[in-house]
Design a protein around this ligand. Structure first.
Ligand code: RNT
Ligand code: ZN
Length: 419
């Protein structure tokens, strides 16, 4: 406490109000992805079947969640260790069926997500949603861009079902539901026709978005990608495709950028203000790519901090930027992976909120680049850790150094028994 008061005084000298920063962060929803807990397997298909769509989890750390009950218990553990306002990001493949019941993806209904709605409601959380266009026998391997009309129809019906489920989740929870359309459609090697699949993908999205929904409640997104594993030569939903679709359909959807989906020297921190110059609202998947879209756990690293700074500076916390996490590491304790990533996203947001952004901007506008560099460098050794600890305390969650023991106990008591 005394440490926080001292840190607060140091920041006050820079014109930064740390109490206001903490209060603001408490109101910003960050979406926690359900798929870190079970290596993106879901419950609607045989879990021994491989993950497809060009994404991959690597590692076989023991303790993967195998049932909805296990996954929800694990999420509860994560929630208890993470500060801030959360939403739960659910994939369609995590449908929960009654005993003896099953529905294919084109026939999914809101009732298959009633248990998720209840889970969120009981904890005061919002929900986001994703159609699952991968890990299913009807990936031929294409989905929404397939030349086979029967295949394409199946996936369009899946997308429409997901719009209805998203509308249900938003209404049940009284919060908007971001519904993200991403497919891994593409080719391993040089295609003979690059436009055909894109024409079909475009038409498929048009059909999905023709399903009625309230755009204030359901926010369909189009997520682009550069390449996937086994899909190295061509991706149907490329950056240009996804952005152009979103730009031409601003009344129906918003663009989504995943910071693992670009060439390694491109940075999403720079793309956020570029998009916000044209779009009222955008969505993000925050992840950590290493050489490719490896979906490593989010760290408190330079680019995560820069992404959060841009969100704050661009006014993104007033509703124009929807923040979700997207990573999956099976090589370390999954609860710890989830917790580290969520806490780091929060930490980077708080760090951005205690940056004297207006003063720095004024220096830039006055071409005072010398002082700008000095001030930016000096900020790096401010007593930020004290502000972070205060935020954790106010949110009723453990400070750094105080939570890992809980994960070890959970592993010993719960995860190690999952064999
Ligand atoms: C894949 C995309 C996509 C998925 C999730 C599971 O590269 O990032 O968002 O990670 O839908
Ligand atoms: Zn993503």
């Amino acid at each position: 406490m005394a440490n926080y008061e001292a840190a607060k005084a140091s920041y006050a000298k820079l014109g930064v109000d740390t109490d206001a920063a903490i209060a603001k962060l408490k109101t910003v929803p960050v979406s926690l992805h359900c798929w870190q807990g079970d290596d993106v397997r879901g419950f609607d298909t045989d879990p021994s079947k491989p993950l497809t769509g060009g994404i991959q989890t690597t590692g076989n750390y023991p303790g993967r969640a195998r049932t909805p009950e296990e996954l929800m218990a694990d999420i509860d553990k994560v929630l208890s260790l993470c500060p801030g306002m959360k939403k739960i990001n659910i994939h369609a493949s995590y449908a929960i069926f009654e005993e003896g019941e099953w529905a294919d993806r084109d026939k999914l209904e809101p009732k298959h997500f009633a248990k998720w709605a209840q889970f969120c409601k009981e904890r005061g959380l919002g929900a986001d949603f994703n159609p699952t266009f991968f890990s299913h026998p009807n990936c031929d391997p294409l989905t929404l861009s397939s030349p086979n009309e029967e295949t394409r129809k199946f996936w369009i019906e899946h997308g429409k079902a997901c719009i209805r489920i998203s509308q249900y989740l938003a209404e049940e929870l009284g919060q908007p539901c971001v519904m993200n359309i991403w497919t891994g459609d593409g080719f391993k090697d040089i295609p003979a026709d690059r436009k055909g699949p894109r024409d079909r993908y475009r038409d498929s999205i048009d059909q999905i978005l023709s399903e009625p929904y309230d755009f204030k409640l359901v926010k369909p997104c189009i997520e682009s990608k550069v390449f996937g594993i086994g899909v190295e030569a061509y991706t149907v939903g490329s950056s240009e495709f996804a952005l152009t679709y979103a730009a031409f359909n601003k009344d129906k959807c918003i663009p989504l950028m995943d910071n693992g989906h670009y060439h390694p020297t491109e940075v999403v921190s720079d793309k956020i203000p570029a998009l916000l110059a044209f779009f009222d609202e955008i969505a993000l998947h925050v992840t950590r790519p290493i050489r490719w879209d490896s979906d490593h756990v989010v760290l408190f690293d330079d680019e995560t901090r820069e992404i959060m700074k841009e969100i704050v500076r661009c006014g993104g916390l007033e509703g124009s930027v929807n923040i979700a996490l997207d990573y999956f590491d099976a090589s370390i304790n999954r609860i710890s992976a989830w917790t580290v990533g969520f806490r780091n996203a929060q930490k980077a947001l708080l760090y951005a909120l205690v940056t004297p952004n207006e003063d720095l901007k004024a220096m830039q506008d006055a071409s005072n680049f010398t002082e700008l560099m000095v001030r930016q460098e000096e900020l790096k050794t401010m007593p930020f850790g004290e502000v972070w600890n205060e935020y954790c305390a106010q949110c009723g969650v453990p400070a750094d150094g105080e939570w890992f023991g809980e994960i070890q106990t959970y592993e010993k008591d719960i995860l190690s028994k999952r064999i």
